[in-house]
Design a protein around this ligand. Sequence first.
Ligand SMILES: [Zn+2]
Length: 358
Amino acid sequence: MSDKHQHEQATGSAMAIDPETAWQQLLRRDSKATFFYAVSTTGVFCRPGCTSRRPLKTNVRFFRSVDEAHAAGFRPCQRCKPSIARSSPSEKIRAHIEANHDRQVSLAELGRLVHLSPFTVQRLFKEKMGATPLQYQRALRAARLRSALKQGETVTDAIYNAGFGSSSRGYDGAQLGMTPARFAKGGQGEQIGWCSARSPFGWIIVGATERGLCWLSLAGTKHEAEASLREEFPAATLKRDPSLASMVDAALRVVGGQTNSSKKLAALQIDLRGTAFQLKVWQALRQIAHGETRSYSQLARELGDPKATRAVARACATNRVAIVVPCHRVVGANGSLTGYRWGVERKRMLLEAENSGA
Ligand SMILES: [Zn+2]
């Protein structure tokens, strides 16, 4: 086994990053450090040795791999090019599979590509991606199949064009039911604790990774609430965690507008993942004070992009953390409630609760 391979294995392990140590390495521009860091305000991720301006500590997130940084919606830096040079075997394998999505790529072929045995390829890829190369290929084709069908191709054409050999296998592969992006976004490799509770606004469920709150939704029933979490993170390991009841309470205090809630809220870690634009919108939502609202176009102007009204609305509609990222405080230009991911009626109740100063 080569040194390089051993190194890749070491960095690919599930070892957690100690943020303080990593921050010190970042400050030193330690080129031997094995993590990557991303800056939430720019949407870019870098190697620790990058010569670009050092970010503010509060805006930095650390990732163990390029895959993780991509999955969280960050772009590679143009200066230190974290995803191009020194790419790991699993990244090379993924790129090769994606470049050859219209045919089946064997483990032997992937092994030759990265100079590893088919067995190691299988294990390494599964470790990094949470799926075997074959499952990944199926998911890719299933995603292509669905998008082709949406664009109006016939079922048969779409199945063949997506690289499935026969229609029965086509449906077989499609059962995996995720787009490649959701391999990452679907919570693959994540442990998510959850807790649900009744609230004045319906059943509330919170989900949290080790980084913080990643899901908060409202639903009519307990069952619906729990299903929403599973649907958003189909690939994650979910575990009930009653200690997260404190997060439910903290969220409800946001609506109550209790004086100390902003302090408590600041202590409430949130694990937001999205594109740079989504992150920007979600951060802006958190600046809207209790009892206030903005229109989508106002928010777009505040973000310095008046033409982005619709993109702002989309970012609000894809918010994963209701109440705490208060997308309910964004309304139509004429004050109408417009839409809400968790039901317009709930949006009305939340705004009423906030306006009544309860
Ligand atoms: Zn960089």
